[in-house]
Write a protein that binds this ligand. Structure first.
Ligand SMILES: Nc1nc2c(ncn2[C@@H]2O[C@H](COP(=O)(O)OP(=O)(O)OP(=O)(O)O)[C@@H](O)[C@H]2O)c(=O)[nH]1
Ligand SMILES: [Mg+2]
Length: 454
């Protein structure tokens, strides 16, 4: 395999930038461009040793001072010989250093190629490789915590446990099928059904937290909706911590959709403050109302704001009707004022209701915990035992369906041959999940999501 190099830190002015070289010629290439102050060569270093010196171009002209850190195969991230050169973090300096490394024989690394090599060299399985990507893109503490746990192998361990049982089952089934005349006992019914049921439970558990996990990683498309003057923009400003939307006592203040991403506890909300829903003769406001309705249809979460100081209106009814197919949290606002709203009615229409005063800033904690309950974030353990990519979810679903099929075949009294086919399909899907048996196109697809240098 060729020796590759890339900048592993973001491009921009910074204290230090790191260039990673990986492959069998990495030391030789690094020794062509890096000259230590002590005169020692990188090829003579033990693993995890560093040298301080100069990076020079082919004419011997100094480009920058740097530290070269040596990793010997297989004790490196990629499992190959790796040299990391840390130079100054200016955009020009680091590009110059990289270009002399290319001239010395390294090839530019493609996106995710270092991690792909780690996978191909057996350093990490596919779910751990995907977790690396998740750590890089984590926006909040919870997302980071579960990505780190997944990288440490929490998810792999869980899947391997399911897989080991199914492998044992497949082994017994095929021994029975291959040597029918020998004295191999029939596969024990109890073992069969116990293993299948356990696998079904575990896969169901993994799949049930997928959406919540996706939300803490990628955020949720959230629309703040309600009748004019309900306090939507005041809520927007409270959540974003700044005067993002114009607030006024005139009904129909907000017309355009105003967007902002905020963290509500561990949930990144991609918020859209919208025009209040009402029938209006104002042509511009009515365009705003149409936009609101469209946004609600595609929202992943709606914060439906009601004004507690007013009795229920036709517009409130219209809002209740328009959010009935979307995950929605009812927010009773203006709780600092005397209540005139039929709260029992609202409670009967929504799964979750939060009481706040957006103006005073009361009730944010309740709002957060109700959101977490609604989106089932509270069920996430943070121990990394959850699926976190569409690819993993698809494989887990295929495995689960095959296991359900095997159970059905058993209860319907089919022959063990039929059960074997389904068990093997489940095993194949689990092996694809961890990457043990996976096609090149799936691998390429996983790593194409990575950035260059990782
Ligand atoms: N007392 C009280 N007043 C509030 C509260 N929240 C908002 N208001 C007031 O209600 C009025 C309308 O607030 P906005 O946030 O502009 O309402 P909106 O829903 O965005 O209204 P439109 O953009 O017109 O649809 C303003 O005068 C706010 O100060 C609250 O919790 N308590
Ligand atoms: Mg507004």
């Amino acid at each position: 395999m060729s020796t590759i190099a890339a900048i592993s830190t973001p491009l921009g002015a910074g204290g230090i930038a790191v260039i990673r070289i990986s492959g069998e010629n990495s030391k030789e290439i690094a020794d062509k461009v890096f000259f230590s102050k002590s005169g020692r060569k990188i090829k003579d270093l033990k693993g995890y040793q560093a040298l301080f010196g100069d990076v020079k171009d082919e004419k011997g002209e100094k480009i920058d001072e740097a530290v070269a850190l040596n990793f010997n195969a297989p004790n490196s991230f990629t499992g190959e010989d790796v040299v990391e050169i840390s130079c100054h973090g200016g955009i020009f300096a680091v590009k110059e250093v990289l270009s002399v490394i290319y001239k010395a024989g390294a090839k530019p690394a493609s996106p995710g190629e270092f991690t792909k090599r780690a996978f191909l060299n057996g350093k990490i399985d596919l779910t751990k490789a995907e977790a690396v990507m998740d750590i890089i893109s984590a926006k909040g503490k919870e997302a980071m915590r579960s990505a780190v746990a997944a990288k440490d192998g929490a998810l792999s361990k869980k899947i391997n446990k399911i897989k080991d049982n199914i492998t044992e089952l497949c082994g017994n089934l095929s021994a029975w099928a291959d040597y029918p005349d020998d004295d191999i006992p029939q596969v024990d019914d109890e073992m069969l059904i116990t293993y299948l049921s356990e696998a079904e439970d575990e896969l169901n558990k993994l799949l049930s937290t997928f959406n919540a996990g996706k939300i803490i990683r990628e955020g949720v498309n959230t629309v703040i909706a309600g009748k004019p003057n309900a306090g939507k923009s005041t809520l927007m400003n409270l959540l974003s911590g700044c005067e993002r939307s114009i607030v006024s006592s005139f009904a129909g203040t907000t017309r355009d959709v105003v967007e902002e991403t905020v963290m509500l506890g561990s949930i990144p909300l991609r918020l859209a403050d919208t025009a209040g829903i009402r029938n209006t003769s104002d042509p511009i406001e009515s365009i705003g109302v149409k936009l609101t309705k469209k946004r609600i249809e595609s929202a992943e979460l709606v914060l439906a704001v009601f004004d507690s100081s007013e009795s229920l209106s036709e517009e409130d009814e219209e809002l209740i009707e328009s959010v009935k197919d979307v995950p929605c949290l009812a927010i009773i606002n203006k709780c600092d004022l005397e209540s005139k709203l039929d709260i029992n009615y609202i409670e009967s229409k929504f799964e979750k209701v939060a009481y706040i005063s957006a103006k005073i800033g009361n009730g944010l904690e309740e709002l957060q915990s109700k959101c977490e309950e609604l989106l089932r974030i509270n069920e996430l353990s943070g121990n990394g035992e959850s699926l976190f990519t569409e690819r993993q979810k698809n494989d887990a679903e295929i495995a689960l369906n095959a296991i359900i099929e095997a159970k059905e075949a058993f209860y319907m009294g089919f022959t063990l041959d039929a059960i074997t086919v389904s068990c093997e399909a489940a095993l194949a899907a689990l092996c694809e999940l961890t990457g043990e048996r996976v096609s090149d196109s799936v691998v390429d697809n996983v790593f194409s999501r990575f950035c260059v240098g990782k």
